[in-house]
Design a protein around this ligand. Structure first.
Ligand code: URA
Length: 432
């Protein structure tokens, strides 16, 4: 039997743990045999000392073994692809990528999570659609992916239960932001859910876990290694999260923007990410095509209405009302007006996400309830010209007081300069 204190001490002093030691510690914690305070001390040692590749593989493997695994590919008799984002502000990509990819003939069965803090979660966005069911029995999930090509549901309690406990502990012990811990957390869930090929969208910047391109590259490389070690193909996109993605931040507002994008009327940056991620998924799929052909088919599915039609069938299949009129609307809409002319030189993602959170669009603790109707629409983004009295953003709020508070926060998120800022591409790098 391991002695947790010895392992903590060794990691604290910069030593390396054997794979069996890591597995015993993590599985012991998942079984309630190792107390929170010892795991918390271990996590802090890892935060400062890091994990080697071998230790990260061992941690990921142990987390997967803590619960059930799914082999969706075997159940469907097809190669299965999946996508995951490390989380950002206004990131509604899966809502559009799922229908696009399925409309192109590639099955997309995804398990998603909820948001915490200033980053939103796909499940919360989907739950703004009246009637939409995020919990489906396994057989129905598989049948829907087989028949329709698309289902997005919540992670079941027995998929990587060790990560649920560890993540909750990391969240309250300031140990989330470590590359190995993030990589093991994300990849254990992707690998346990059975995807053969995975497109990872690693967000970089102010509103992301990874603030610099260097850190994001390290995370992408670590996740790629974990995937390949498990025999899966991985493509990592590093994408900008210095400003919100698209214009809408807030659940129902983001669903509207995803639907507009499926109609070919989305904001340029969001559309670019949807097209790029979808094209990579097609290129990784069993359709046997390259990225250029994938891009052509993705654009065709948006252009001919098949992606939008698939969205509507998908939402209805999970009990939701796909019409845009059914989405909740906030009673108060207030404009944020520019106080000076020039160009938007910066639009802080975290400040906009924080304002949306205070409006009620997100949760500070996992038990908070959220208001699906509220949020922020950034009408102007980095590089846009700002005329006298221009409307920078709209606040969608439940009352005047919260609208006023958010308007102050959003105004402060905008920096206006005399010159247009240097262009920063949305997709900063692609790591294959
Ligand atoms: N998302 C996860 O699932 N886990 C992390 O550790 C960070 C982001």
């Amino acid at each position: 039997m391991i002695r947790p204190a010895e392992l903590i001490e060794r990691k604290r002093d910069g030593g390396e743990l054997a794979p069996e030691e890591i597995a015993e510690l993590v599985l012991g914690y998942a079984r309630d045999e190792v107390p929170d305070y010892q795991l918390a001390a271990f996590l802090m040692a890892v935060y400062f000392r890091g994990l080697t590749s071998a230790e990260t593989f061992a941690l990921t493997g142990a987390m997967i073994r803590s619960g059930d695994t799914i082999d969706l590919g075997a159940e469907l008799g097809r190669k299965v692809v999946d996508k995951h984002s490390t989380g950002g502000v206004g990131d509604k990509t899966s809502l559009a990528v799922g229908p696009v990819v399925a409309a192109c003939g590639v099955p997309f069965g995804k398990m998603s999570g909820r948001g915490l803090g200033h980053t939103g979660g796909t499940l919360d966005k989907l739950e703004s659609i009246p009637g939409f069911q995020v919990e489906l029995p396994h057989e129905r999930f598989v049948a829907q992916v087989r028949e329709l090509g698309l289902a997005i549901i919540g992670q079941t309690a027995d998929l990587v239960p060790a990560d649920k406990r560890l993540y909750a502990l990391r969240d309250v012990t300031a140990t989330v932001e470590n590359v190995s811990l993030i990589a093991a957390s994300i990849m254990s869930k992707k690998l346990a859910a059975g995807a053969d090929a995975i497109v990872l969208d690693v967000k970089v910047g102010d509103g992301a876990f990874m603030k610099t391109l260097g850190e994001a590259r390290r995370l992408a490389e670590t996740m790629g290694e974990l995937g390949r070690h498990a025999g899966r193909e991985v493509v990592c996109l590093l994408s900008d999260m210095d400003q919100p993605l698209g214009r809408a931040v807030g659940n129902a507002l983001e669903v509207r923007e995803a639907v507009a994008t499926l109609r070919g009327e989305g904001p340029a940056d969001f559309e670019q990410l949807v097209v790029t991620a979808s094209a990579h998924l097609l290129a990784l799929s069993d359709l046997g095509l390259d990225l250029d052909e994938g891009t052509r088919r993705v654009r065709a599915a948006i252009g001919d209405g098949s992606a939008l039609a698939l969205y509507e069938r998908w939402i209805a299949a999970q009990g939701g009302d796909p019409s845009e009129d059914a989405l909740p609307r906030a009673p108060v809409v207030r404009e944020v007006v520019a106080e000076q002319e020039g160009y938007v030189s910066r639009l802080g993602a975290i400040a906009v996400g924080g304002s949306a959170l205070r409006l009620g669009a997100g949760r500070r603790t996992k038990d908070d309830s959220i208001d699906h109707s509220v949020g922020v629409v950034c009408r102007l983004k980095r590089g846009d010209a700002v005329g006298r009295g221009a409307v920078l953003a709209e606040i969608h709020a439940r009352d005047d007081a919260s609208a006023q508070d958010a308007a102050r926060g959003v105004l402060a998120a905008y920096e206006i300069g005399d010159e247009p800022p240097r262009a920063r591409p949305l997709i900063l790098d692609t790591i294959v």
